[in-house]
Write a protein that binds this ligand. Structure first.
Ligand SMILES: *Cc1c(COP(=O)(O)O)cnc(C)c1O
Length: 230
């Protein structure tokens, strides 16, 4: 089932790229494995997918210990400062940086280990009150501040669009994310890349790709519904 799902998602990615005149190699599929047992990741690995997304530090670390070391782990959930130290040497990309205080903590922990943290800035494009992330207007300033940190490389932007049954309602947010990314890129800020645009989930990844996503985070569409009661 998992392998069939991955195949279907990959075909949808391919189609969305064709529709948008993009090269599918520009788009990385992140299989969001949060709440799912590591045995399901072992199954998914047979497809060749090596990027996995988790939203809890402890769960990511447990899976990191058990599973093959060539997996690239993506921290996609809200990150508490006291958990940052556990990510050093394990997270390939932290998608959810949305404050200078969190960035300071990342700088401190990665400096101690003499490592570089790759991060994305989380933007709450729809300005939903329930969501983390900064507003589009605050983004350039935060990026300029974080760009001063020697142990952090900003690689791009991430957004979580509103939950919707109709992906078209999110197209405008994805368009605005792409615009913001191009705008910040044009400022040529030292130490800052805008090569990654992490947007699109099970309900809307095709639309996100049409609007420029370079990473899509798909959970339910690969591993099935999550049960938070177990
Ligand atoms: C859970 C989660 C996803 C995956 O959501 P699905 O709708 O199951 O694809 C993607 N991104 C983030 C940040 C998440 O927390």
């Amino acid at each position: 089932m998992i392998l069939e799902n991955i195949k279907e998602v990959q075909q949808n990615i391919q189609k969305a790229c064709e529709k948008a005149g993009r090269n599918p190699e520009e788009v990385t599929l992140i299989a969001v494995s949060k709440t799912k047992p590591y045995t399901m990741i072992e199954e998914a690995l047979k497809s060749g997918v090596l990027d996995y997304g988790e939203n809890k530090v402890q769960e990511m670390c447990e899976k990191f210990e058990i599973l093959p070391k060539d997996i690239r782990w993506h921290m996609i959930g809200h990150l508490q400062r006291n958990k940052v130290k556990y990510l050093v040497g394990k997270a390939s990309l932290i998608h959810s940086v949305d404050s200078i205080r969190l960035a300071e903590q990342i700088e401190k922990e990665y400096a101690k280990a003499d490592e570089i943290a790759n991060i994305l800035i989380e933007v709450n494009m729809a300005e939903e009150e329930s969501k983390f992330g900064i507003t589009a207007n605050e983004t350039e300033e935060l990026i300029r501040e974080i760009s001063q940190f020697p142990h952090i490389r900003i690689q791009g932007l991430m957004t979580i669009a509103p939950y919707t049954d109709n992906p078209e309602t999110n197209r405008g947010y994805f368009k605005n994310m792409k615009k913001l990314s191009v705008d910040i890129s044009s400022k040529n800020i030292d130490n800052v890349s805008m090569s990654v645009l992490s947007m699109g989930m099970t309900g809307d990844y095709q639309v996100a790709i049409e609007e420029g996503a370079t990473m899509v985070r798909v959970g339910t569409g690969i591993f099935g519904e999550r049960n938070y009661n177990i």
